[in-house]
Design a protein around this ligand. Structure first.
Ligand SMILES: [Zn+2]
Length: 423
């Protein structure tokens, strides 16, 4: 009874999510098309019509591609769950390995490989057709496949030991396994944040200390003004992969690094780079990053507690097309993890606007911080260049934007910054 009710609930949420996503995408495409013929008045002097139209075409192409992958992913999800894909896969593996840890790790590894293989043609198409068509792809096919192999090896090297720990806790730590798992998981996340800039990122990109002395002096002046300590300024060879540009800082405590994409340095004036960095430092100084991490930890605690309950409920498995095996040591735990990670996004999608609202509030605050410590006009001109270079649309559908975008639309941000510049 419960199983059937849960299946129906699951299907209803899938349909609801699909409808909302299609509706938002079609609104977005119509809105962008309707504004394609003219650059919005406030940008008319800064952005040429050809760039505006390229952004419209790029936005539409990406949105359509998003719908295609959405449909495929939904079919894959239903195939794995209700149509019995996971049940079949687990039986095949079980026949080879028998019960135990090997079976569980093999099941998770096999699932990851299969979904990776399904995603591969789409990732390839996106990079070498979509991004290529708009001049953003700078990657060779060799690099694409090297990245893929490196990513898979790294994922196995980090993921398998972590899963082994989690599965051991699930099997042996009693009813509160989810609490211990949460502690391990949180510690692991912090460790990755520390290791990412110095160990993981350099596997994929080259980082060289920023050499431009006058820019360096300018940035160090800014860091001193706002009271920010960093382990160094680095330039990343983002141009090996993509023409999209960015700046970020990563790491923790005294190990923080500021990283500029070479593509960004090539395009922005020193005072614009300073303004962009001031925005990023604003996120740090206003404790946005700490708040985001705390939020992430709180949410994962809630989800793990939920999984702690679901793992013992036969309807959770049955309702998702899998035979529940609730005998200890028979290896139900990997299946519980897998099902949970697969279906969770279906139930959380409609909460997306909440995270967007929080993130936009932080963006406005970081912009205000930058306006206070640098010249707001420099951030405006940097934003205009970044929008143009990334072919980001200036005319998103407001609802689509409210649902998905972590950043407010350019026109809104720039209006605020212009007000700050006049004040
Ligand atoms: Zn920001």
């Amino acid at each position: 009874m419960y199983s059937l009710a849960f299946s129906i609930l699951f299907v209803s949420f899938i349909i609801l999510t699909l409808l909302v996503r299609f509706w938002l995408a079609s609104r977005h495409i119509r809105h962008v098309l309707a504004h394609r013929s003219a650059v919005p008045a406030e940008f008319a002097e800064k952005i040429p019509l050809a760039a505006h139209q390229k952004a419209a075409d790029y936005t539409i192409a990406r949105t359509r591609f998003g719908l295609l992958t959405l449909m495929v992913n939904t079919l894959v999800l239903v195939g794995f769950t209700l149509l019995g894909g996971l049940q079949w896969l687990s039986l095949q593996i079980f026949q080879v390995t028998g019960p135990g840890m090997t079976y569980q790790l093999a099941l998770l590894a096999a699932f990851t490989l299969i979904s990776g293989a399904i995603d591969l043609p789409f990732d390839y198409y996106k990079q070498f057709n979509l991004e290529q068509r708009f001049g953003f792809n700078k990657m060779s096919k060799g690099l694409f496949f090297t990245d893929m192999v490196k990513g898979a090896l790294l994922g196995a090297a980090i993921g398998l030991p972590l899963l082994w720990v989690v599965l051991t806790l699930m099997a042996k730590a009693g009813d509160l396994w989810w609490l211990y798992t949460w502690i391990v998981w949180s510690g692991f996340q912090l460790l990755i944040m520390v290791l990412y800039p110095t160990v993981i990122a350099p596997l994929f990109n080259k980082f060289t200390p920023l050499e431009d002395q006058s820019l360096k002096a300018r940035i160090e002046g800014l860091m001193q003004r706002v009271g920010f300590a960093s382990k160094g300024l680095f330039v990343m060879d983002g141009s090996r992969r993509s023409a999209h540009g960015n700046a970020y800082f990563s790491g923790f405590g005294a190990a923080k690094r500021i990283v500029f994409f070479d593509t960004l340095l090539a395009r922005l004036q020193p005072q614009e780079i300073e303004a962009v960095l001031a925005h990023e430092l604003g996120h740090f100084k206003l404790k946005h990053i700490i708040k985001r991490i705390a939020m992430m930890f709180a949410i994962s605690l809630g989800f793990l507690a939920l999984l702690g309950y679901l793992k013992t409920q036969p309807w959770f498995y049955d309702g998702l097309g899998v035979n529940p095996v609730l005998l200890p040591g028979q290896g139900n735990d990997a299946m519980a993890l897998l099902l949970f990670m697969l279906v969770l996004p279906v139930f959380t999608f409609l909460f997306n606007p909440l995270t967007s609202i929080g993130s936009r509030k932080h963006e406005f605050e970081a912009d205000a911080f930058a306006a206070k410590h640098t010249d707001a006009r420099d951030l405006v001109s940097a934003l205009v260049k970044m929008y143009e270079d990334n072919a980001s649309t200036l005319t998103p559908d407001p609802l689509h934007s409210a649902f998905y975008d972590s950043h407010p639309p350019a026109s809104v941000r720039i209006r605020q910054l212009n007000l700050a510049a006049q004040a």
